[in-house]
Design a protein around this ligand. Structure first.
Ligand code: NDP
Length: 303
């Protein structure tokens, strides 16, 4: 059976596609550009949803792209590339004559307000205190199908949104690898902020869990059970690479480079627990940060 993945050509999507194909699914990507095994957003708008078993939405212009200045124009692109595309998918699903069995849409843990004190689970409040949290709310709202929909199961995955989906070939680790390799990877700010994270292998398995288990519905936090601070993360990264990690990245510099509103995704953090995720029967292969780093780099540290 076929699974459609919006934005499936990216870091998480590529890993998910491989896992799906390994399990015998056919994968079609929804993309801005046409190509083999792809359809475009315009085609979905014009001709509706092709027959499929499931739809996964994970498209979005990379928020932490350091080559883009944090302007109103870029903020709108970041917003529309998630919210408008998700509306397109939700509408196509609700209008399909043979709708998919399940619809999984991504969101981010930026939904929860950064704090040194609280632990957030899926039922905790949030979603309305700054740009990123409002984006998460609008993104999740856009994914909602009309109330009369009873054919398609709906799942939202609030993924670790500080960019810390761990995997060697992309995402945050790839961006940070060079500074850590040269021994300069230090904490961000004072390092005491929480740093939600998940191994790419667990994130793709979580999507698969949502696709294949009929009891799974609603919001799942896509974060590992071990809550860590940026200091813990930095220590583990340097340990696995046998590096000293001398130079902290002072908050004003991150603010300057990214713009303060966006820099908060790195300089502030929230402790997020995957409560509903675990209750739904999901088991993590990499529940602890040490296991994730050992898996990513163990054979590398001698180089
Ligand atoms: P990538 O940036 O690797 O890929 C996202 C895909 O979205 C791209 O391959 C692209 O597909 C599509 N895309 C990019 N810009 C636009 C745009 N302006 N309009 C429409 N589509 C666009 O992202 P990831 O795989 O890392 O992440 C997937 C989703 O998960 C994102 O929505 C992200 O916000 C979220 N997420 C990611 C985290 C991470 O650490 N990586 C953490 C938390 C959340 P194409 O070129 O084919 O159109």
């Amino acid at each position: 059976s076929r699974v459609l993945i919006g934005g499936g050509s990216g870091f998480i999507g590529t890993a998910l596609r491989k896992l799906l194909e390994h399990r015998g699914y056919q994968v079609t990507l929804i993309s801005r550009t046409p190509g083999k095994n792809k359809i475009t957003w315009d085609e979905v708008k014009k001709t509706g949803l092709p027959e499929c078993y499931a739809v996964v939405g994970m498209q979005g212009s990379n928020i932490l792209n350091i080559f883009r200045r944090w302007t109103d124009g870029f903020k709108k692109e970041v917003w529309d590339s998630r919210v408008e595309t998700t509306k397109t998918l939700a509408q196509a699903i609700s209008e399909a004559s043979n709708p998919p069995k399940v619809w999984v849409s991504f969101s981010g843990v930026g939904y929860y307000k950064p704090s040194y004190v609280y632990d957030y689970d899926e039922d905790s409040p949030g979603g309305d205190f700054d740009y990123i949290s409002q984006l998460a709310t609008a993104w999740e709202e856009a994914a909602k199908l009309p109330a009369e929909n009873t054919n398609t199961r709906e799942v939202i995955i609030r993924s670790a949104s500080t960019g810390v989906v761990l995997g060697r070939d992309g995402g945050a680790i790839k961006q940070m690898y060079f500074s850590f390799w040269f021994g300069s990877g230090g904490v961000i700010g004072d390092g005491m902020q929480f740093f939600p994270w998940i191994h790419i292998n667990d994130l793709t398995r979580l999507v698969m869990h949502a696709l294949e288990n009929e009891k799974v519905t609603g919001v799942l936090n896509g974060v590992a059970p071990e809550t860590i601070t940026n200091w813990d993360f930095t220590k583990e990264f340097n340990t696995v690479l046998l590096r000293p990690g001398f130079f902290p990245l002072p908050r004003p510099i991150v603010n300057f480079a990214l713009g303060e509103e966006r820099a908060k995704m790195l300089t502030e953090g929230q402790a997020v627990v995957p409560k509903r995720t675990l209750e739904s029967g999901f088991t993590f292969n990499f529940p602890k940060i040490k296991m994730a780093f050992d898996n990513m780099f163990s054979y590398r540290k001698w180089f």
